[in-house]
Design a protein around this ligand. Sequence first.
Ligand code: MG
Length: 261
Amino acid sequence: MDLFKEIKLFLLDMDGTLNFEDELIPGAKEFLDTLINNHKQFVYLTNNSSRSGKDYVKKMRVLGLPCEAHQVFTSGMAMGLFLKQNRLSQTVYLVGTKALEIEILSYGVKLVEEKPDIVVVGFDRELTYQKLERACEFLCSGAEFLATNVDKVCPIKGGRYIPDCGSMCDMLEVATKKKPHYIGKPNRDMIDILAKEYHLENHEIAMVGDRLYTDIATAIHAKARSILVLSGETTIHDVNESSLKPDHIFTSVEELKDYFA
Ligand SMILES: [Mg+2]
């Protein structure tokens, strides 16, 4: 269908859009098959920086969805690419998981324990007070403050929440009076970085997701196409109340898939 003719790359939110934890949303598999049959590129996009790209490849395959290593893009990978594209000669002190450390190193970023130019904070489920203390010291000495994702909490099984990257940064912000620049959704960086990697214009990229204030906001900020699905968090009432207006709205990826048929 002409509606999506100019779109070359689809960025796909996962939770609430394609799956709920271990469960696929009906039509998700068929939607991915349709993208492949129509020669559309796609990337699974997540703000979660505590897990590696490899973890997500495994997760998507267990769910039964097609997934190669280059089709996963976490805010941690976005940070690695951002540093590679924009700060390669600079040194970084990382507050993050071992998985994030390996990811960042794979982009040729130089990690140090002393006198860094930049402090990078991720969703660190291995956080220690010592790491916070050092980050604080470096930020006060003039290091730039970058962080992977603004999320304050991360939902886990049983309807519970645990502190995410945004809460950790709040602690450092209060202590140092410095504000971080976040790379993840809803800022436009992830789309800008991918556009560079894929040699595309932002308007040739579409973001498909279930949240107005992250998925749709990211697309709007980056001047990419925004596609909201109502299978997750957002209701049509929320859309009417919000200033964030998606370009397209579908009940789910099942309905979206029919636009290619
Ligand atoms: Mg979602």
